[in-house]
Write a protein of this length. Structure first.
Lengths: 368, 308
């Protein structure tokens, strides 16, 4: 217990730690929330209208009327498409076929070509998704049926759960995942390695304290601080971005605790690998932060990745955790829907804890 | 029972042999010093004694408890002060002491009598963070922390390195006080003058023991007469002495230069030779060799022994 108290003193006396603990998460929420939006606003698109009939005109108007797009250019022929994309301003080109209205009347269906700029897969997938939404709305308003086929990318699944087409829904769960792994793993590993670097670990080891006591003492403060962080993020999500938790808050907190434990265990494991703080930070970033950021489906949807990454991400705890809290926060899912992911996380956490306590040496590794 | 018994302790790190076949014993209540330059293997040896490293070879026991197999029991009885002050810089003096008391399962009050003479001196600063203490005060605090659980043996790795001369003297007085309490103390230092305060010393160089004895015995083991030559211009004197054939191993020592003379030569011969080089009025007195002299002599002798 004295150990825990000492750790709290370390944390509260070091303003840098406090900034990392609370400042960065808050800043990240605001930055991700406002600046790095992955949703669309006023994306430029071009229209190649070969039909020039009432259907194509109405659709163009609908697209223009939405807050997501503006029609930047009217094209006259297919030849212009290539050049248009090369300029890099246009996100997508909508191509209406000849005699579209007539085809609909005759066959009950028509095909629109939608060509999106694939260099930014996220935007492309959003654009196609949004236009698909506009088409569906329009076709529903017609008595006849209209089927739009998407030549490039399938409509995104999350559209289903994200009726307002806003990206907070995506990034808040992702951010919790990221911040927790950062605080838990990075901070715990650094705080343990700092004792090694300052030589205080030598005395701790000579004391009758058992390894697990040192680990528990080190990890407890970060456990609680991480939990406070989760609550702060959820409150911010709610009040700043109007995103309440749909599912059970108790379940969400419990899942977060599980994930925090996993992060702490990872941090301890990292601390056993190195005796230098820079190394600990480096390993945390490289081995945990980047995968959590890039491969958890937080920024880039896993569906958009090559199949191989899908398998790679399976061994990354953040991926499962993102799924879990997305399900709870946005879909309002209960434990029945996320038990599989929870089990994976629990087993991983347990495994990591056992390994890290085993690896935590009761002696000095090497003389420096 | 001996406080420390080491048998052929060897420690290798890769190709480097840091501690090479060291055997020694320390009696209970003894103040035992390891003297040697940086990199001689003192720290490694102390870490082995403090149960922090498993030696590559040999066996060491403290109070009959093996440092490898009985480390858990042993850790209740060791007060260890590593080479760097093992204090939490961002904790205050009192918090540091409190913390170490708690992890060793005791309280400040319980053993206050033991640390009182030391802690009293830093108590006025108990609200100050350890990082803002002077070197001497850090050292006193670190010693208090190492003592707080009333260890049977204190293992102090270069406790006076980087500390001013006054604090060093005070520190050794404290150690003598602790010795009276019956605590065995094993201490290392690169300072030869501190060696005189130990009951016995071990000279260590490149991982090897070069001799263990009382400081007096070590000094008299020099075997040859030593002369202290002094002159107002010590630098010129030293240069001159290095050139004179009958002088061996001139080493500056305080105000004088310590030398030995070749056999069959007398101080008068030296004086005449000094006069020839233009140094007049040098005084030449017989003196007792210092630990340094013995140490340097042993270091010089070593390569020859190797070639035999």
């Amino acid at each position: 217990m004295a150990f825990v108290r000492k750790e709290f003193i370390h944390i509260f006396r070091d303003y840098r730690t406090l900034i990392i603990l609370f400042g960065i998460p808050a800043a990240q929420i605001l930055i991700f929330g406002y600046a790095v939006r992955t949703d669309l606003k006023n994306a430029a698109i071009a229209v190649l209208d070969n039909a020039h009939d009432e259907v194509s005109k109405e659709l163009t108007q609908n697209i223009e009327a939405s807050k997501f797009f503006y029609v930047a250019r009217q094209l006259d022929s297919y030849d212009e498409i290539d050049a248009t994309f090369k300029e890099g301003k246009i996100r997508a080109v909508v191509v209406f076929p000849e005699k579209m209205a007539a085809t609909i009347t005759r066959e009950g269906t028509a095909t629109i070509s939608l060509i999106a700029d694939g260099t930014e897969p996220n935007t492309a997938s959003l654009v196609t998704g949004y236009i698909n939404g506009i088409l569906s709305t329009y076709s529903a308003s017609l008595t006849g049926e209209l089927t739009a086929t998407m030549p490039l990318i399938m409509p995104e699944v999350r559209m289903y759960f994200n009726p307002n087409l806003e990206s907070h829904y995506m990034f808040i769960p992702g951010l919790i995942t990221l911040i927790l792994i950062m605080i838990c793993s990075l901070m715990t590993s650094v705080t343990i390695v700092r004792e090694k670097e300052y030589g205080t670990m030598e005395v701790l080891l000579v004391s009758p304290l058992r390894p697990w006591q040192i680990i528990v003492g080190k990890a407890t403060p970060y456990f609680f601080l991480s939990l406070i962080n989760v609550i702060v993020i959820l409150l911010m999500a709610w009040f700043v971005f109007g995103l309440p938790v749909q599912g059970s808050i108790a379940l969400l907190i419990a899942e977060c605790m599980l994930y925090i434990l996993l992060g702490l265990a990872l941090g301890i494991l990292i601390s056993t690998l190195t005796g230098k703080m820079e190394n600990a930070i480096f390993i945390s970033f490289l081995a945990l932060m980047l995968p959590a950021l890039l491969l958890s489906g937080f920024i880039f949807p896993i569906e958009n990745m090559p199949k191989i990454y899908d398998y790679v991400t399976m061994i990354l705890p953040p991926r499962w955790f993102v799924d879990v809290i997305r399900a709870i926060m946005i879909k309002g899912a209960g434990i029945g829907y996320v038990w599989k992911e929870t089990l994976i996380l629990a087993v991983t956490a347990l495994l990591l804890m056992v390994i890290s306590i085993q690896k935590f040496k009761t002696r000095l590794g090497e003389a420096k | 029972m001996k406080a420390v018994e080491a048998n052929s302790i060897t420690q290798r790190f890769g190709k480097i042999t840091a501690v090479d076949d060291i055997t020694f014993a320390v009696s209970e209540g003894e103040l035992f010093g390891f003297i040697g330059p940086d990199g001689a293997g003192k720290t490694t040896l102390f870490r082995i004694a403090a149960t922090l490293i498993i030696p590559s070879g040999g066996r060491m026991t403290l109070f009959g408890l093996n440092v490898v197999s009985d480390y858990r029991e042993l850790r209740n009885h060791i007060g260890y002060m590593p080479g760097r002050f093992s204090l939490y810089q961002d904790l205050t003096v009192e918090e540091n002491l409190q913390f170490y008391a708690t992890i060793f399962g005791t309280t400040i009050r319980e053993n206050y009598h033991l640390i009182e003479p030391i802690y009293k001196q830093i108590e006025p600063f108990r609200e100050r963070r350890a990082g803002n203490l002077s070197g001497g005060m850090k050292q006193k605090l670190a010693l208090s922390c190492a003592l707080i659980h009333k260890p049977r043996i204190l293992i102090l790795d270069e406790p006076t390195t980087g500390v001013d001369a006054v604090s060093r003297t005070e520190f050794w007085e404290m150690l003598e006080g602790l010795k009276k309490e019956g605590i065995t103390i094993v201490v290392s230092t690169p300072y030869m003058d501190e060696a005189l305060r130990c009951d016995r010393i071990a000279l260590i160089q490149q991982g090897r023991l070069m001799g263990i004895d009382t400081p007096e015995a070590i000094r008299t083991s020099y075997g040859r007469k030593m002369w202290a030559v002094s002159h107002p211009d010590r630098y010129r004197l030293l240069l001159a002495l290095r050139e004179i054939q009958i002088v061996s191993n001139p080493e500056p020592f305080g105000e004088a230069v310590h030398i030995t003379l070749h056999e069959g030569t007398a101080p008068e011969d030296l004086n005449r030779k000094l006069e020839n080089t233009g140094i007049h009025g040098a005084t030449i007195k017989e003196t007792l060799p210092g630990i340094e002299d013995v140490f340097l002599e042993l270091m010089r002798r070593k390569p020859e022994e190797k070639s035999l």
